[in-house]
Design a protein around this ligand. Sequence first.
Ligand code: FAD
Length: 467
Amino acid sequence: METVGIGSTIESLRAGLRGTAYAAGEEGYDEATRAWNLNARQEPAVVVMAEGAVDVMAAVRFARDIGVGVGVMATGHGVGEPCDGGVLVNTSRMRGVRVDPVARTARVEAGALWTDVIPEAQAHGLAGLVGSSSHVGVVGYTMGGGFGWLGRRYGLNAASVVEADVVTADGELLRVSADEHPELFWGLGGGGGNFGIVTSLEFRLYPLTTVYGGNVFYPIERAREILELYSRWSADLPDEMTTAVTFLNVPPLPDIPEPLRGGSFVVVRGCYSGAPEDGEEVFRPVREGIGDPVMDTFGVMPVAAMDAISMDPVDPIGAVQHSEMLRDLSPGAIEALVEVAGPDSGSPLIMLEVRQLGGALARVPDRLSPMGGGKARYIMNGVGATFTPEMAAGVRAHLARVNEATREHQTGETYVNFMELDAAGEDRVRAAYPPEDFERLVALKDRHDPENLFRFNRNIAPTGVTG
Ligand SMILES: Cc1cc2nc3c(=O)[nH]c(=O)nc-3n(C[C@H](O)[C@H](O)[C@H](O)COP(=O)(O)OP(=O)(O)OC[C@H]3O[C@@H](n4cnc5c(N)ncnc54)[C@H](O)[C@@H]3O)c2cc1C
């Protein structure tokens, strides 16, 4: 990366930072730009390791001075467009969390993970709306909507936000809430980081310490039968129950116990957030309707142990994903899923998951929806690990096959947080929003970021600028 031209100014940038900054080629640069998803390689001109809001303001002003765009990364779980040639703000040193047990809110700094929030909140019997993995960054997750195993009961975390501090494209720090800059507040709740860098976020917590949840594993050969039962069962569940049906190819790793190690399964997974005994009752039709599972882990678990439901990888990994929203789990949709992920599919994916929507995930009046107009009852997400270029090609080809086979069951909507790396063009981003919301987002972008400074994301380009 060419650093000539910024050499003199980077010294003045550094001098004003509490944290530090690295230009391409300098020691520290590689580590500071490395993303959790190892496929998300970024080559910014400069990366700023921010220690606070003032560093973020300095980074934005510096980017304006040298005429480049700005990207932001907390963990690198969800890099959209790599920040090549821009100024990357790395927020991983900003992990402060403060819980207010009376107001039932948490305030987090830009780089906090859900693992930072959970113990602070649980100490007061409170829970936040964490996703399937607590190692994801809270702010990035919330900028794209954010839902997990409490989703059908409490909704998107974006809809629980009450206030944010935001560094805007002109390098100013604004406090944003329903009362202050209300239009910007609306756009932040699912606008994918297009309007500024959030340095501090406050959101609601909910009284909850235990859930009833887990996985039942069945042999992949029984996929059709399991999907048919799951489709009937999930059609009529209370909002306290959030569920998914998942095809899993479990890697043959030594730390994975038998009989799961190296096997292929279809799994019914779920989480009930009401009284545990009611959860057991709601789950009974699955347990009694389909006998002989390979393993059944459903039971009462602490909120702090909910990562065990999805078993997502924790350590960095190269991964490729593709997601589509499904109208329904009709017999035709089930047939298509069995064809591309069932026993004879040759699927190289680690996982093809169909999560149930509805309940509190349906559109909330006055809040932005980052998962389309609400036509879908399920969201499908396929993920493959890519340790070699050949594996990556195989995974991409198979995801294209999944996409093709399920096309007639798709609504055409997308979800910001499950969008693919580096290939989500304008149409995919537009499809994440109801048309009238997308127009409103473009108007907001025109007002707050007319030059598209914040372009390394699921980009909503301002009028007259290509993304
Ligand atoms: C293993 C795994 C499990 C997941 N599970 C779920 C799930 O259950 N539910 C769900 O909804 N999503 C889930 N996701 C998606 C995840 O929420 C997104 O990838 C999210 O963007 C990750 O945020 P991050 O900060 O960790 O990632 P980063 O890659 O650091 O950031 C991603 C993007 O978030 C935005 N952003 C980050 N910080 C800021 C900031 N301070 N201000 C403004 N914008 C910012 C930027 O656009 C940035 O490019 C999962 C992803 C993975 C890899």
